[in-house]
Design a protein around this ligand. Sequence first.
Ligand SMILES: *[C@@H]1O[C@H](CO)[C@@H](O)[C@H](O)[C@H]1NC(C)=O
Ligand SMILES: *[C@@H]1O[C@H](CO)[C@@H](O)[C@H](O)[C@H]1NC(C)=O
Ligand SMILES: *[C@@H]1O[C@H](CO)[C@@H](O)[C@H](O)[C@H]1NC(C)=O
Ligand SMILES: *[C@@H]1O[C@H](CO)[C@@H](O)[C@H](O)[C@H]1NC(C)=O
Length: 595
Amino acid sequence: MGVMLAARLLGLLLLLGLRLQAAGIAEPPLPTVVLAILARNAEHSLPHYLGALERLDYPRARVALWCATDHNMDNTTEMLQEWLAAVGSDYAAVFWRPEGESRSYPSEEGPKHWTKERHQFLMELKQEALTFARNWGADYVLFADTDNILTNNQTLRLLVEKGLPVVAPMLDSQTYYSNFWCGITPQGYYRRTAEYFPTKNRQRRGCFRVPMVHSTFLLSLRAEGISQFAFYPPHPNYTWPFDDIIVFAYACQAAGVSVHVCNEQRYGYMNVGVKSHQTLEDEKVNFIHLILEALVDGPPMQASAHVSRPPKRPSKMGFDEVFVISLARRPNRRERMLSSLWEMEISGRVVDAVDGRMLNSSILRSLGVDLLPGYQDPYSGRTLTKGEVGCFLSHYSIWEEVVARGLARVLVFEDDVRFQSNFRGRLKQLMEEVEARKLPWDLIYLGRKQVNPEEEVAVEGLPGLVVAGYSYWTLAYTLSLAGARKLLASQPLHRMLPVDEFLPIMFDQHPNEQYKAHFWPRDLQAFSAQPLLAAPTHYAGDAEWLSDTETSSPWDDDSGRLISWTGSQKTLRGPVLDLAGSSGHSLHPQPRDEL
Ligand SMILES: *[C@@H]1O[C@H](CO)[C@@H](O)[C@H](O)[C@H]1NC(C)=O
Ligand SMILES: *[C@@H]1O[C@H](CO)[C@@H](O)[C@H](O)[C@H]1NC(C)=O
Ligand SMILES: *[C@@H]1O[C@H](CO)[C@@H](O)[C@H](O)[C@H]1NC(C)=O
Ligand SMILES: *[C@@H]1O[C@H](CO)[C@@H](O)[C@H](O)[C@H]1NC(C)=O
């Protein structure tokens, strides 16, 4: 009751603050907050973590920094000190907790191993931060793990406005993992509940009372019962597992302090911790994937300009060229692809895509472009679109360059690629294995839509590869010089169909015999990564979906009007209807987009 009342009062005060501001009267100052930074072996995430803290929209004069760093094997301490030297004086106070000499705990098997000593030390550190905040007279203390990136600059403001005793901003991750539990067993273990996934996926939105939050949360030092609360030592009656987050959950219960998680907004991301036998390098790889995900789903993470990061050394990964096909009028997509490749240390070269909107019949005639007789989209029955012609010409120009320059092997990306976790490491391994087995290959799909996945054949001795069956999309693939020569030799411009239909014809896996009859020999050696290494950023039906081939005019229409072709289901998520051999005249019902 007391808490609810306090929350209402705070709400009223904030409202009053806005009114006063509107009336030109000075606002009452925002509550004071201690930001507790506990960093260990965090070199991979610190620049983005600190960048996000720097950008929090909250007056720095109302914030004190409490920093502890311990048992590091990397440059965490130097990075933190560099950052504090640059920005520390803007804050109300800075406390630096002296670091011990030790780089690891006695019984620790690796930097990611959670021993009893480590849990205990972490609880002691949090208790020190809490004591500091109490002595300093802070209203709140914000704990935020160094692999939690608060990309929403309103996070602190919004959490403070809630006026709750303990409140966590729900963080997004690459997996089912988040920073709250909806249920806890009587022994203090995680309990599965029906609310968890609807909450994590934001089908259920708001602030919810939960038994546990961790990683990032705001603790009110003015809340009722909080004076009895401690991180360490554990409550005298404590019998649950000796894990700092569980000790914390119990301590909140014992002090009668309610715990909430809020998910009505996107607040930020958390990196999924690696297993105890894994390394800092594994954690870094996971973190890079998180950066890439934030580039797709936004808002993107931004590193602090005040810390020196280890330099990036992009390479072509043994390919002769890495092409990125991108339309000049889609600069955001282009930038996102280049940033993603940069993060993965892959040096890509942008190729301006041929813009279907600039094509007209006289240009197409001069290029010798003609439609494959009888071609119709298998789902909508429509003919080729200008967007599809542009897309074909873009890929074709790369094949020409490969042959003209005699490039042995290249990598080709379109500009709407969502990279799978550890894309770089997995591609490197795949190509090394292909090389070691001396597999003759012309094309290897890295991202595509499989039409009949269950019919595809494994490649002996290459567990990451299958022989490609009928596939849609040309998202990401590798191409050899021999492959490019075969594609050009078939003279596809004079009998054009979408490029993602043309490739399966060339490796003789297209179901339509009439189309196939126009090309010979159909001996492209095509394979596919299995599992795939790349997916589309969005699917048809997603709010952000946008396709320049599906929203386009027919190839021979010079009127300039754009048509939205909703009939094709190629771009839907999930399996496609098997239309093998279909004449393509009928409109097929759309299967529901499955999530
Ligand atoms: C907060 O972030 C938004 C969106 O990223 C941006 O437009 C705004 O300028 C930022 N506000 C402050 C105070 O930095
Ligand atoms: C460690 O950090 C310091 C300060 O940021 C920097 O000068 C130094 O180059 C870094 N060392 C490594 C190995 O990254
Ligand atoms: C611990 O548990 C006992 C028995 O359940 C209870 O009487 C006691 O008050 C508890 N101690 C504290 C500090 O809550
Ligand atoms: C086609 O486009 C070209 C280049 O923009 C232009 O010069 C030409 O007049 C156009 N032809 C027709 C028939 O619109």
